[in-house]
Design a protein around this ligand. Structure first.
Ligand SMILES: C[S@@+](CC[C@H](N)C(=O)[O-])C[C@H]1O[C@@H](n2cnc3c(N)ncnc32)[C@H](O)[C@@H]1O
Length: 215
């Protein structure tokens, strides 16, 4: 499968899926895991402005809000955002494609992308690289991008399934940006970060596929 095929089934699939709240997470497990693997690992401090892209039904954005972060979640599934607003009203949400977010450039300390489909396929495709470049644009100079995604690291690329990218695949993606980065794997999830993101500008007029080259 490609991210394009995933996107094609995207909204209808997720709107239906989120009618019953999407994945059934254990709040206790998610909170414990994110305290250890995100907050402590990357030294995040209460009060930081955190943007969660592809927040789905909002559980993690709400969890970050309750931990004391100034968090906002973005997802393009109206069903996901509706569920989030109804069931996790303590956080703020915006329903839009993360490539068209209505925020000021450089307005977040941290952007978190957890389970974002764009990181499930070819990580060196223009689309995947452009996703990271787009996200970086919303991070203040010195801020951080954290990406978390499920993979068994086997390298399997079966048709009609998400890819199981290896740690080397993730490393290559993040090293492309020429910044300090880290790549780890904990409990079936790749946990990657870009540190000290510089002021990033993307030429607005450039076609999406070319914009990544100006980072
Ligand atoms: C696998 S789900 C993960 C949801 C949530 N982060 C979680 O971990 O449970 C992927 C989410 O990405 C969202 N998504 C995919 N492409 C997107 C895009 N271009 N802009 C915003 N959201 C997107 C989908 O709507 C879906 O909610």
């Amino acid at each position: 499968m490609t991210v394009e095929a995933d996107e094609l089934r995207g909204d209808a699939y997720y709107n239906e899926f989120y009618k019953t709240g999407g994945w059934k997470y254990s709040l206790w497990k998610e909170t414990r895991g994110h305290r250890k693997n995100v907050v402590k690992r990357f030294g995040l401090r209460r009060g930081m402005r955190v943007l969660e892209v592809a927040c789905g039904a909002g559980l993690h954005t709400a969890m970050l809000t309750r931990m004391g972060f100034d968090a906002v979640g973005v997802d393009r599934s109206s069903g996901g955002i509706e569920w989030a607003r109804q069931h996790h009203p303590e956080a703020r949400y915006v329903c839009c494609d993360f490539r068209e977010m209505p925020f000021e450039p450089q307005s977040f300390d941290v952007v978190l992308a957890r389970g974002c489909s764009h990181y499930h396929y070819d990580l060196m495709s223009r689309k995947a690289l452009h996703s990271t470049a787009t996200i970086m644009r919303f991070i203040r100079p010195g801020g951080m991008f954290i990406m978390i995604i499920a993979s068994d690291l086997s390298g399997q690329r079966e048709p009609d399934k998400i890819w199981q990218n290896t740690l080397e695949d993730y490393r290559r993606h993040f090293e492309f940006f020429g910044l300090q980065s880290s790549v780890d794997w904990v409990d079936g999830m790749a946990i990657c970060a870009l540190y000290n993101v510089p002021a990033v500008e993307i030429r607005e007029a450039a076609p999406r596929e070319e914009a990544v080259l100006s980072v």
